[in-house]
Write a protein that binds this ligand. Structure first.
Ligand SMILES: Cc1cc2nc3c(=O)[nH]c(=O)nc-3n(C[C@H](O)[C@H](O)[C@H](O)COP(=O)(O)OP(=O)(O)OC[C@H]3O[C@@H](n4cnc5c(N)ncnc54)[C@H](O)[C@@H]3O)c2cc1C
Length: 404
């Protein structure tokens, strides 16, 4: 029986385990293949988050030793923007140094048990834990609009399904969406020899770090940008600082918080995609209104009444959190979690209304704020969990974590 079981070894699971290791004697087990979600992303992808926002957070005493800079010094230079394969390597390096004892087995199910929770692992073994911290990410939450469901998977797929977009070389692909996944997929497809067209509902594409803000940064030196943008790098100038302080952000009325959340994570593309997309037609202000299969291809009708016939339709339509879609969580447990629109309502320490069941990462965004949708939110999550667990395990705490 362990005290805490963590499900998932991505940035949040690893960062949490690294923080909880500061509590001597606390029995924590962490399950899952490290960084596996990131390994499923398209080869050649670059991270959109900036350098400080790409560190996986570690306890303050180890932060410098476990940051991206230390990784680069140890394992070779990391270019910026950070390429996907270097970030995966960084996550694995972080795991080896901070959380060497990851159990790589998948958790097949989590259900309530007399003294907490019972976890069944992929090979059938069961383990028990007093508490479970779910850090399982967004895999399975892909948004697939109903109107595309009639097409078979050979003709329509989500950007989440393609670690190698090179398989579309020489074929025509219609991409739906105007956010980073859609736009970066368009660039990667174009560069690998596919004929690509992007259809996006918004009339403009929001480019992050646009000309105005670049000029502004340049003229004002580095102090002003630092005042306006927090290292978490989520949200525009000013709002970025508010979102980096969940305790302050959460004093605002719910409606305003929801509006600011939508603003902070609206579909947007990294500025470095502009040149790479020069030869890709971007149809802005259009929708795909209907689709049908025709001769083994996709016939798509757009909102202006024109048709496209393509080999494949790629949904860059993002993700929508619904913890009921975590296949490993027993329906009885999910039923006990107070939820709003698929998000769990969380208390201190990310605890759900099921005592001992904690949920981190994107599902925590409705309670904590949009930083939870990004790696940089680990800066908040780890210390918040320690602050929650500290009183419970006070006698065992290393001196730097003891509260007065
Ligand atoms: C294309 C794309 C690009 C992105 N780019 C950025 C970026 O540049 N910067 C940024 O900050 N964020 C980016 N994100 C968001 C990113 O998903 C999150 O920041 C990050 O993954 C959050 O970490 P996590 O630990 O919550 O989730 P994950 O990284 O998904 O880790 C969760 C882990 O849990 C594992 N898991 C799930 N279920 C189980 C189970 N039953 N048993 C065991 N293990 C399990 C998964 O396999 C996974 O490895 C991007 C997302 C996408 C889709």
């Amino acid at each position: 029986m362990s005290e805490i079981a963590i499900v998932g070894a991505g940035p949040y699971g690893l960062s949490t385990a690294a923080h909880l290791a500061a509590i001597p004697g606390l029995q924590v087990r962490i399950f899952g293949e490290p960084m596996s979600f990131w390994r499923s992303m398209p080869r050649g992808m670059l991270l959109r988050s900036n350098w400080p926002a790409t560190h996986i957070a570690a306890p303050a005493a180890q932060a410098a030793r476990l940051g991206l800079d230390a990784f680069a010094a140890d394992e070779g230079a990391v270019p910026y923007p950070v390429p996907l394969d270097r970030f995966v390597a960084y996550g694995e390096w972080f795991q080896r140094h901070a959380v060497p004892s990851v159990d790589r087995r998948q958790v097949a199910s989590v259900e309530a048990a007399p003294r907490g929770f019972r976890l069944r692992l992929a090979d059938g073994e069961t383990v028990e834990a007093e508490r479970v911290i779910v850090a399982a990410g967004i895999r399975g939450f892909e948004r697939r609009p109903e109107r595309f469901s009639q097409l078979p998977p050979e003709l329509v797929s989500h950007t989440a399904e393609h670690p190698d977009l090179g398989r579309f070389a020489g074929r025509s692909v219609l991409i739906v969406g105007g956010g980073q996944s859609a736009l970066e997929s368009a660039a990667l497809l174009h560069e690998s020899g596919a004929q690509v067209e992007v259809i996006a509902r918004d009339r403009i594409i929001h480019w992050l770090q646009g000309r105005a803000s670049k000029l502004f940064h340049h003229q004002m030196g580095s102090l002003v940008p630092k005042l306006l943008y927090a290292p978490t790098d989520v949200g525009p100038a000013g709002l970025s600082q508010l979102l980096a302080r969940p305790a302050l952000f959460n004093t605002l009325p719910r409606g305003l918080r929801d509006r600011l959340w939508r603003r902070a994570v609206r579909p947007a593309g990294a500025r470095w995609l502009v040149d790479r997309l020069r030869e890709v037609p971007l149809r802005l202000g259009y929708e795909v209104t209907s689709v049908a299969e025709k001769g083994g291809r996709v016939l798509a009708r757009l909102s202006d009444g024109t048709d496209r016939q393509v080999d494949h339709l790629l949904l860059g339509t993002g993700y929508e959190v619904d913890i009921a879609r975590y296949a490993f969580l027993a329906p009885g447990l999910v039923a006990g979690v107070h939820r709003v629109k698929g998000y769990p309502v969380l208390g201190p320490g990310f605890e759900t209304s099921v005592p001992g069941l904690h949920i981190l990462g994107a599902p925590a965004a409705r309670t904590v704020g949009p930083i939870m949708q990004f790696v940089s939110g680990t800066r908040y999550a780890g210390p918040a969990l320690l602050a929650y667990f500290a009183p419970r395990y006070r006698a065992r705490l290393a001196p730097q974590w003891q509260c007065a």
